[in-house]
Design a protein around this ligand. Sequence first.
Ligand SMILES: Nc1ncnc2c1ncn2[C@@H]1O[C@H](COP(=O)(O)OP(=O)(O)OP(=O)(O)O)[C@@H](O)[C@H]1O
Length: 253
Amino acid sequence: MEGEGGERKRGARLCCVCKKSRASVKRPKTLEQICRECFYDAFESEIHQVILENQLFSPGERVAIGASGGKDSTVLAYVLSKLNRLHNYGLHLFLLSVDEGITGYRDDSLETVHRNQIQYGLPLKVVSYKDLYGWTMDEIVRVIGLKNNCTFCGVFRRQALDRGASLLKVDKVVTGHNADDIAETVLLNLLRGDVARLSRCTSITTGEDGPIPRCKPFKYTYEKEIVMYAYFKKLDYFSTECNLPFFSSYFPL
Ligand SMILES: Nc1ncnc2c1ncn2[C@@H]1O[C@H](COP(=O)(O)OP(=O)(O)OP(=O)(O)O)[C@@H](O)[C@H]1O
C-alpha cells in the first residue's frame, strides 16, 4: 500500500509544512522534517518577526552590518538585505569590518567580505587597529604575550566598530550574535558572578545610551540553523577560527 508508510520505506518523507516536496532538513529548533524551501521561508520569516516585534529599525535609517566574513555575519548581511528589499524596510545598509591585524586569519576573512560587498551590492568600510591605534593585534601580542589577548582584542574591536560606525554616519550597528552566543555569555557572566552584565547581556538592543546602538537580529536564531542556511544557500563565508590562542580574563590560568 502506498501512502505515508510507503514514502517512509523509501526514505522519502514529505515536508511537514508544504506536504509536497521531500523533507531534507530536520530543523534543530523545532525538530520538524521539512524541505529546503520551507526551511528558508521559516528561517527568514522568524527573523523578520523578531525585527518587527522588537521595532529594531525605522524607515530611512542607515545601518552598518558588523561583517567579519564568518558564517553569522555573512548570513546576516544576506538575509537583512533580502528582507529590506522584500518588506521595504527602507534601510540604507553598509558592511563594516574591523581589521585587527591578525595574519593568516583576518586578512583571509576580509577577502571574503570584499567578495560579499560585490555579491550583495553593499558598500564596505574597513577600519584597522593599525590605523586607529598604531598597532596590529600581531604586534600587541609580540609585546604583551598571550595573557588576556582576547580581552584586549574585544575591547579594541568594540571601539573600532563605534569609530567605523561614526565614519559611516550610521544610526545603528547590527551584529551576527546568535542564541548560542548569548547562552554562552549568560553562563560566563554567571560563573564570574557579574550581576550587572548578566542583566544586560540578553538585551536585543544595547548601547542606547552610548554613541551608536547595537542590535542582534539573530538573538533567537540557533547557530546550527545559521550554518545549515549558509551551507544550503552556498553562501561565500570564511570558516577558520582565530589563530591566536584563546587567553582571556574569563579563564585566568
Ligand atoms: N572583525 C570584525 N569586523 C566587524 N564585525 C565583527 C568582527 N568580528 C566580529 N564582528 C561582529 O560580531 C559578531 C560576533 O562575532 P564573534 O567573532 O564573536 O562570533 P562568530 O560566531 O565567529 O561570528 P561570525 O560567524 O560572523 O564571524 C559577528 O557576527 C560580527 O557581526
